[in-house]
Design a protein around this ligand. Structure first.
Ligand code: F6P
Length: 356
C-alpha cells in the first residue's frame, strides 16, 4: 500500500507525534507499505514536492513541535493559477495522486484541510483525515490534538500575568488565539482564574466590562484579569460586516486594544494588553497531546489497514473513532452558549461581558 501523508494549515503541537503514530502503525501492521511525505500541505501535492520516507525518519519526533513535513495555508479559493495549466487545483491533486501511484492520502489538518479532504474524496481519492488545531473547532470530535498543549501554554501566560497585574494593580487583557471560536480562551481563562472571559460566541457590552472592573476595585481588588479571544467582539461590532469592523478598529485585526483604551478611560484604571500569539502553537506537545496524537495516528493506520476511507478520526468521550468527511466538512464546533463550563464559570462570578 502506497500512502501519501501531509500536514496542512497552521501548525500545532502534536503533528509530529501523529505522523509518528501513523507511521509506526503502518510499518508494523500494514503489508508492503510505502510512505510518501508530501511537503507543505496540499501545495506539495499540487507541485509534486514529495519524498519517500524511511522508518528512521519517524524516530525521535514524538516530543518535537511543528511538523517535519512542513505546512502551508492554501485555502482552495485563494490558490494562484501558476501551476494550473488550465486545470483546477482538484484536478492537479488528483492527477499527482494517480501519477505517484498513491492508494491513500492521509491529511492532518483543521477545518479548511478537512473541507479539501472531503472534496478530494468526492473525486474518488482514498482519504483519511486527522483533526488538528489549537482552536478545538472541528465538528464531530470532542477534542483535537494540539488543543490541550495550547491550553497549558495560555494558562501559564495568564498565571504569569496574574502576579504582575496584582503587583501593579493593573487591568490586563490577555488576547488568546481563536478567531472564530473561543474554546482555548474559555478553558485557559477558567484554568488561569480570569475575572472576565470574552469569546467570539458571546458578544460583549464594553460598559458591562467596565462595570465589572470598577466593581472589583470597589470591593478592594485593584487588579483584573481579562482573557479575550482574538475573535471576540462587542455587541455593536457583531452587527457589522467584517470590513466595517476593521475600519471601526482603525485597521486593527482585533478589538482588544480598543477595549483596553475604553476600560482605561471609563474605569480610570491602568490597563495593558498582552498577546502571547504563536507561542501558543510552538514547542513540545504536552503528555496528554502526545498520548492523544499517538492514539489518533495509530487509529488512522488501523482505518487504512481496514480500507475505511472518506473519513476523519475523532474522539468521543475516551473512545477514538471516526466520522464521514461528508458529515463534518464545512461545519465548525462553536462554544455553545449553554456549555457546561460557561455555566460553571458564571456560578463562581466570572463575567462573559454580557451580564449586568
Ligand atoms: O487555526 C489556528 C490559529 O492558531 C488560530 O487560532 C489563529 O487565528 C490562526 O491560526 C493564526 O494563523 P496564522 O499562523 O496563519 O497567523
Amino acid at each position: 500500500m502506497k500512502i501519501g501523508i501531509l500536514t496542512s494549515g497552521g501548525d500545532c503541537p502534536g503533528l509530529n507525534a501523529v505522523i509518528r503514530g501513523f507511521a509506526k502503525y503502518a510499518f508494523n501492521q500494514i503489508k508492503d507499505v510505502e510512505l510518501i511525505g508530501i511537503s507543505d500541505g496540499y501545495l506539495g501535492l499540487i507541485t509534486k514536492d514529495v519524498k519517500k520516507m524511511q522508518p528512521s525518519d519517524f524516530s525521535g519526533i514524538l516530543n518535537v513541535g511543528g511538523t517535519i513535513l512542513g505546512t502551508s495555508r492554501q485555502p482552495f479559493s485563494k490558490m494562484t493559477d501558476e501551476d494550473r495549466n488550465g486545470q483546477s487545483k482538484l484536478d492537479l491533486m488528483k492527477k499527482n495522486y494517480k501519477a505517484l501511484g498513491l492508494d491513500l492520502l492521509v491529511t492532518l489538518g483543521g477545518a479548511g484541510t478537512h473541507k479539501t479532504a472531503a472534496l478530494l474524496s468526492y473525486e474518488g481519492l482514498n482519504v483519511i483525515g486527522i483533526p488538528k488545531t489549537i482552536d478545538n473547532d472541528i465538528f464531530g470530535t470532542d477534542v483535537t490534538f494540539g488543543f490541550h498543549t495550547a491550553v497549558d501554554i495560555a494558562t501559564e501566560c495568564i498565571d504569569r500575568i496574574h502576579t504582575t497585574a496584582a503587583s501593579h494593580g493593573r487591568t490586563m487583557l490577555i488576547e488568546l488565539m481563536g478567531n472564530k471560536v473561543g474554546w482555548l480562551t474559555l478553558y485557559a481563562g477558567i484554568a488561569g482564574g480570569a475575572d472576565i472571559i470574552l469569546l467570539p460566541e458571546i458578544p460583549y457590552d464594553p460598559d458591562t466590562v467596565v462595570k465589572m472592573v470598577k466593581r472589583r476595585y470597589e470591593s478592594g481588588k485593584d487588579f483584573t484579569i481579562i482573557a479575550i479571544a482574538e475573535g471576540a467582539m462587542s455587541i455593536a461590532e457583531s452587527k457589522m460586516k467584517k470590513s466595517e469592523r476593521l475600519a471601526s478598529r482603525g485597521g486593527r485585526a482585533t478589538g482588544t486594544e480598543g477595549l483596553a483604551r475604553y476600560i482605561e478611560e471609563n474605569a480610570g484604571v491602568e490597563t495593558r494588553v498582552v498577546v502571547p500569539g504563536h507561542l501558543q502553537r510552538g514547542g513540545s506537545p504536552s503528555p496528554y497531546d502526545r498520548l492523544l496524537s499517538t492514539e489518533m495516528g495509530s487509529f488512522a493506520g488501523h482505518l487504512a489497514n481496514d480500507g475505511v476511507f472518506g473519513v476523519t478520526v475523532a474522539m468521543h468521550g475516551s473512545q477514538v473513532t471516526y466520522n464521514a468527511l461528508a458529515d463534518i466538512a464545512g461545519k465548525m464546533k462553536f462554544v455553545p452558549k449553554d456549555d457546561q463550563r460557561i455555566a460553571v464559570a458564571r456560578t463562581i462570578g466570572i463575567s462573559f461581558g454580557d451580564d449586568r
